[in-house]
Design a protein around this ligand. Structure first.
Ligand SMILES: *Cc1c(COP(=O)(O)O)cnc(C)c1O
Length: 442
């Protein structure tokens, strides 16, 4: 138990806690017991939290946006069949970025008319597959794609619904609407350069395409004030201009994803219902000023739906102190199941689940088991001084972009994903076996 003068560990989400036995709990469950039941490394998903995060968006949308508006789960954050079933049950739409995600959603029985297909380079095969699968909306990125969609839709004798991806020119770091900034992107069509208008006219002239609206995505892990408001203002102005010049009545404005979540104590927190209410109020004012009807609004939250619903458990192996240099705590996973620190120095809160109340005065890097010096999960972690082989390390807020970015590097089998519910727990994705690793080898 906590001794006087000690500080409580920081928990990035209120689904983390400490049990009677001084062990870390997640979704009210003893994480050490879960590690014993399922083995490590292990991805845990708090299903109640996923549903709660969906409902936060759904309720805010119902309250603030016109009918036809829908939050879409950005499934690149984490994609497996059970997650799509949960999205269906909650009434979310989805965004998908590949034929593989489309296949997975369809295999889960997701109603594909509520799917939006993204990507800056969809192949002919992707376009055909998505159409055959009944994907509701294509978010077209470029002119070649518009022509490809037209050809495929004509062959099938259908009229494909399309949104066009635009770049409003927002720099999320300075939140200034600048004419250059993010205009320089591999995604979308810049409003500032006239390319947005050009692709709009091209799309309008395609017989087998129904132009339903416009899309933008300004970035990820966004905390800065007003970036969504800025993007919405620029997009609405563009829509009003297209209406005035070309008589285009676009029904949908999709503002993309990106609300940030806290990983460490220093991170901000976003009050999503308040943000959405503020955004909607501003959009209504702008629409009134522009003399246009408020379009249906979509957003595409990925991280803010699943990140804080995830926790990864590892077993500690070697603990190494190099006098005059650094200390290392090694675990039985690493960059193969979580490459985010190696990729872009992502911050995480890391804890020793079975020693949660102990004083943390041993600073070390939490490192993986891959043959790669960059295989680091986090640097400068405060561990209990008695951290040792056999302890259970927990990395918080791993529900987004962990399993989705995992690999078999070093021929490590991917961990299982276990869902935690009100009444129990179940395996949603099985742990990979050695046979799985060789199943495609001849
Ligand atoms: C990545 C992405 C999202 C999701 O972003 P989050 O930061 O996870 O919310 C949504 N839409 C598009 C187009 C994306 O590329």
């Amino acid at each position: 138990m906590l001794k006087i003068g000690e500080t409580k560990p920081f928990f990035p989400c209120d689904n983390l806690g400490v049990g009677e036995n001084g062990r870390l709990t997640f979704a009210g469950r003893d994480t050490v017991a879960l590690s014993q039941k399922y083995g490590t490394p292990l991805y845990l998903i708090d299903e109640m939290r996923v549903r709660k995060n969906c409902r936060t968006y759904l309720q805010a949308f119902n309250k603030n946006f016109p009918s036809g508006s829908l939050p879409l789960y950005a499934s690149k954050a984490n994609s497996f069949k059970q997650l799509y079933r949960i999205m269906q049950e909650e009434g979310m739409g989805i965004d998908v970025v590949s034929a593989g995600e489309i296949y997975t959603a369809k295999a889960a029985g997701f109603p594909m008319e509520n799917a939006f297909f993204h990507g800056n380079n969809k192949t002919d095969e992707d376009v055909n597959f998505a159409m055959e699968t009944g994907v509701g909306y294509f978010v077209a990125d470029n002119e070649e794609e518009v022509l490809c969609i037209q050809a495929a839709a004509e062959k099938k004798n259908i009229r494909q619904k399309v949104l066009l991806r635009l770049t409003p020119g927002i720099d999320t770091h300075t939140y200034e609407a600048v004419n250059t900034g993010k205009v320089d992107s591999k995604f979308g069509n810049a409003i500032a350069t006239g390319q947005a208008e050009k692709i709009t006219l091209l799309t309008l002239s395609q017989k087998n395409i129904e132009l339903c609206g416009f899309h933008c995505h300004i970035g990820s892990q966004v905390f800065t004030e007003d970036v969504f408001e800025c993007a919405a203002a620029i997009m609405l102005r563009f829509m009003a201009e297209m209406k005035a010049k070309h008589g285009i009545q676009a029904k949908i404005l999709n503002l993309g994803g990106g609300y940030g979540v806290p990983y460490v104590q220093a991170d901000g927190r976003i009050d999503i219902p308040a943000k959405i209410a503020g955004l909607a109020a501003q959009m209504r004012n702008e629409c009134a000023a522009l003399g246009m009807e408020m379009p249906a609004v979509c957003m595409e939250p990925g991280r803010s739906i699943v990140a804080d619903a995830g926790l990864t458990l590892y077993t500690v192996g070697a603990v190494k102190s190099i006098p005059g240099y650094k200390n290392y705590v090694s675990v039985d996973g690493g960059m193969a199941d979580n490459p985010r620190y190696a990729l872009y120095r992502s911050r995480y809160t890391c804890l020793i689940a079975n020693k949660i109340n102990e004083k943390t005065d041993f600073t070390a890097s939490l490192v993986g088991r891959c043959c790669e010096s960059g295989d680091i999960i986090q640097e400068n972690v405060s561990f209990p001084a008695n951290v040792c082989r056999g302890d259970i390390a927990a990395v918080c807020t791993t529900g987004a972009y962990n399993y989705a970015m995992s690999s078999n590097y070093n021929r490590l089998p991917r961990p299982a994903t276990v869902m935690l519910t009100e009444n129990g727990d179940y395996v949603a994705v099985k742990r990979e076996s050695f046979e799985d690793l060789t199943k495609l080898d001849i």
